[in-house]
Design a protein around this ligand. Sequence first.
Ligand SMILES: Cc1ncc(COP(=O)(O)O)c(C=O)c1O
Length: 499
Amino acid sequence: MKLIFERSKPGRRAAAIPKPGLPIPEVPEDLRRRKPPRLPELAEPEIVRHFTALADRTFGVDTGFYPLGSCTMKHNPRVNERVVSLPGFRDLHPLQEEEGSQGALELMWRLQEILAEVCGLDAVSLQPAAGSQGELTGLMLMRAYFADRGEADRRRTVITADTAHGTNPASVTMAGFDLQKVGTDARGNLDLDDLRAKVNEETAGLMLTNPSTLGLFDEHIEEVAAIFHDAGALLYYDGANLNAVCGISRPGDMGFDIVHINLHKTFSQPHGGGGPGGGPIAVRDILEPFLPVPAAVRADERFRLDYDRPKSIGKVRGFCGPFGVFVRSYAFIRAYGPALREMSEVAVLNANYMLARLRDAYELPFDRHCMHEFVLSARALKREHGITALDVAKRLMDYRFHPPTIYFPLIVPEALMIEPTETEPKETLDAFCAAMLEIARDAAENPKLLKDAPHHRPVRRLDEVKAAKRAIVRYQFDEHPDLGGDASEGEAVEAQKGA
Ligand SMILES: Cc1ncc(COP(=O)(O)O)c(C=O)c1O
């Protein structure tokens, strides 16, 4: 496909901008440009066709099934966009005085209350802008809590599972704790013997997602909580997988003290491409004094922002947090009402349906019912036919499906991590399973077909690391100063982008 600069023809215009009839401001000589900017020159129909063609080449939840495990790529109801565009929300200034923003403050307060109830905990801060920022905030709370008790110097270690999402160990390190990993037993639970050997008076806490990234609910979660609480440590719940348990079980009841919630997953935000997101944290009452400021509070039927928290860790984000995200999530939750549990039940049902259909064609490393997602392994295909998880993923693209997450969690060789979500109909689940079964057959009968896949996408196999790390996102005019002597390598990367 041609780039927009390659379609450009001198003198072509989309529209003539009316002359404003205003005096032309004087620009100091040394600030004036020497040459006009090199913009592409095209007529409007060409521009429309160019961007429509680009849009046709992309893939998202609105174009097809996106079972990317651990990412909860569900449909985002359009009514949420309507609600967030209401002038009372859309036009608010972050520094609007409280009298003029009662509705917004009430929405924040109500969202805090709902999230506390969903988590089974006492207080919520809406500030963090993503799950990973929620993790860091939660760990900062842990530190503040132990500092307040005079134990900060001693409690240096945070334990994570060997199935943990990469952000968990990263957050532990960023928060200044020492990291310790604990193994997984044969049923996919935390290895209790390993855990008991590692928890002691130097442990600050555990960081765990339940269900885990294997899609399995830990069968000993109460015992795990007791091991940590008996040692005076805290439990942090990575709530990225909350879509599996809403209205069914609550992290607070399992024994967790701090939870982050990925609003952009469980409570529906368009989050492809990295944002916008929301990672509120919920905590037990002993940790409330340390929460970030401000909190939305209600007093005498009025709502205000409370900054009066002397022990607070301070702010972790500008103003009150990602407000547009709060509005969408609140609308989404209220649309379900008391039936929120159905969301999780259908997510779990869909995942188990697919697991049952696929388990004979792919290896199932932990043979149990799953929660909202499940992890298969392409290990047998690799051993017998040389077909890897990557080959399966690439071939799925030819069927117009987004591939599942692959090679994660790290403890499963050739992992394929599939999360259908609750918003997919049975026909889609069936079509995906049929494709996976056909791929397994082709692995034996026609492995070259898989090795060369994708065959029908705009680009074939890429050097993905190079394309990500050396992406050229700017048109390279011949005389571009950044090209330097490295032009041939630059061109090679551009070619890989299929341009
Ligand atoms: C299990 C788990 N924990 C944490 C995160 C981090 O969340 P975020 O992407 O919002 O930073 C993710 C993201 O996919 C996740 O799957």
